[in-house]
Design a protein around this ligand. Sequence first.
Ligand code: G1P
Length: 271
Amino acid sequence: MIKQAIIPLAGLGTRLLPLTSVFAKELLPINGKPGIEYILDECIEAGIKEVVFIISKKKMMIKKYFYNDNFYKKIIKKKKDPRTLKEYKKILKYKKIIKFVYQNKPLGTGDAVLRTKNIIKDKFFLMLLPDDLIVKKNCSKSMIQIHKKYKSSVMASMNVSKKTVSRWGIYKLKKKIDKNNFLIEDVIEKPSIKEAPSNKAVIGRYILPKKIFAKLLSQKPGKNGEIHITDSIQTLIKENQKFIAHNFSGKYLDCGSMNGYIKSAIEISKL
Ligand code: G1P
């Protein structure tokens, strides 16, 4: 069973400036609800029991959001507003399952994952990238089912336009397993159009093996000088660890850029 999830949240969010000059992007409301709550709800519905937040000193606002008990208590005492009480209960429910670790230097997603090394207990765990919202169908839940069936690592995937391959991790297909699931032969972080083995992109949901920590410990910086999770995944694939790409059926919303963020709110309001 996959019981633990990790969420890298230490990113600076420069693509959402000026909002992120004072605000954590994951708390920005999307149709009235912070982006991170959509991600937490996806985890809870998929059966996750513990969620590890990787934050930085600059993102302490995120911890405060879930640890503001006294603030709520005072208000609830003063005026018995049912909405405040409901929100407080919801925050308490989240708080119970969240743990915090710190990544104070933005050294990349791989480095963020490494911060959770001593917390992960089981052989496999889930990672969700908070910029990637997937709505209408719970992608994590579907991936956990695939993991159960094939006992393998799984990554969410989507076909992208060839022009945009340098924005993503791009993989090469080894074998089709069924309509929506493929065995991966190779994966490259943000390749040029020339380097790209396909137009199949990795999207921010991963079921990773605990074994990846050993690879991350010796992982050299890659593209843009960052430690990429994609590079350690590639090392594991070369050592015959099975990775399945799952073409999810939900709707993908990119909340990491200003245009995407605006569009996401419109899309979610239509649900
Ligand atoms: C990260 C991953 C990349 C993946 C993307 C999905 O990139 O490194 O492989 O395709 O998420 O959103 P980032 O968005 O952090 O640049």
